[in-house]
Design a protein around this ligand. Sequence first.
Ligand SMILES: NC(=O)c1ccc[n+]([C@@H]2O[C@H](COP(=O)([O-])OP(=O)(O)OC[C@H]3O[C@@H](n4cnc5c(N)ncnc54)[C@H](O)[C@@H]3O)[C@@H](O)[C@H]2O)c1
Length: 337
Amino acid sequence: MRKRATLITGAVGEIGQALVSNLAEASDQLLITLDLQPLPDNIARSVTHIQGDILDKGLLSRLVSEYEINTIYHLAALLSTRSEFTPAAAHHVNVEGTLVLLQLASEQSEWRGTPVKFIFPSSIAAYGMPDLETKTNYARVREWEWNYPRTMYGCNKLYCEQLGIYFSMHYRQLAADRPVMLDFRSLRFPGLISAFTVPSGGTSDYGPEMLHAAAQGEPYACFVRQDVRIPFMAMPDAVTALLRLTEAPAEKLSRRVYNVTSFSLSAADFQDWVMKFFPQAEVTFKPDVKRQAIVDSWPADLDDSAAERDWNWQPEYDVERSFSEYLVPNIISRYRV
Ligand SMILES: NC(=O)c1ccc[n+]([C@@H]2O[C@H](COP(=O)([O-])OP(=O)(O)OC[C@H]3O[C@@H](n4cnc5c(N)ncnc54)[C@H](O)[C@@H]3O)[C@@H](O)[C@H]2O)c1
């Protein structure tokens, strides 16, 4: 008999580490993690970790011969800045990697006779505002608006959302017998801020970088203008959103892709929050015109009322609580020697 398991790809990343720690505490389900890198020891104890590539089809075949996968959190990806430097590699990992996993989940759904849940983190990068005037006028963007990404990463995310919907609703639509299809669910996250990991390769990284630099007493040159505004969320809320969406009854879901958010801050607001807790912080603004243009194309805020209505989504950490209860105390103890 194959053992039932949850698969988490990209488990060594920022969201992955937070999600795996949470899942390991909250459930007795067997957790299989897959990442190019080794898992830190403190997390590795509670899971079966496979160090490997999501594009390695032989590895994935061995995996399904041993485990009956009922849920997949597909987090492995190349993030936005990195994807701009290597767009073909980004397409390979972000799109072809997702396609391989969707196919695996489809086959597993047929074998099991019940849908595999496929949970996919998308991003505000799926949006593209044409100019700052539009960004100001359409502050809280809804899921179907402004789906015109200007980055390779954003194009990859938007297309993978559509692929997931296809595999959930229309896969093999011309076959004589309709297969049992997978159950794709996706969240469009804002910029995420973790107290325990420092981001790399993303374009919303200036917020968390500013905070982590301040906690270490290091100067920080912010790569966007002071007035630039995007939405953010503390990592515990990101994990909660992933878990709530996974657990939501299928009949309650009116969409397969949901915005979720917590608070919207300009870079100057972010600096004010950092200075409130680290008054000695040295923050300067040295906008990188090209990265700036990417952040300018992202919405100032997200409308997450569909998530609230369908599965009672509410962030638990507003900006005050994020800084005072989660970020600052944990970041201080992280850098205390
Ligand atoms: N962090 C954010 O602010 C944010 C916001 C929106 C969406 N997301 C999405 O959430 C997911 C996780 O983000 P994160 O911040 O944890 O990213 P991260 O860069 O910290 O982690 C990604 C992980 O994927 C792994 N990986 C990359 N290519 C791989 C491959 N071919 N095979 C196996 N593993 C591979 C990396 O080794 C890394 O550990 C991504 O899909 C990202 O696009 C993140």
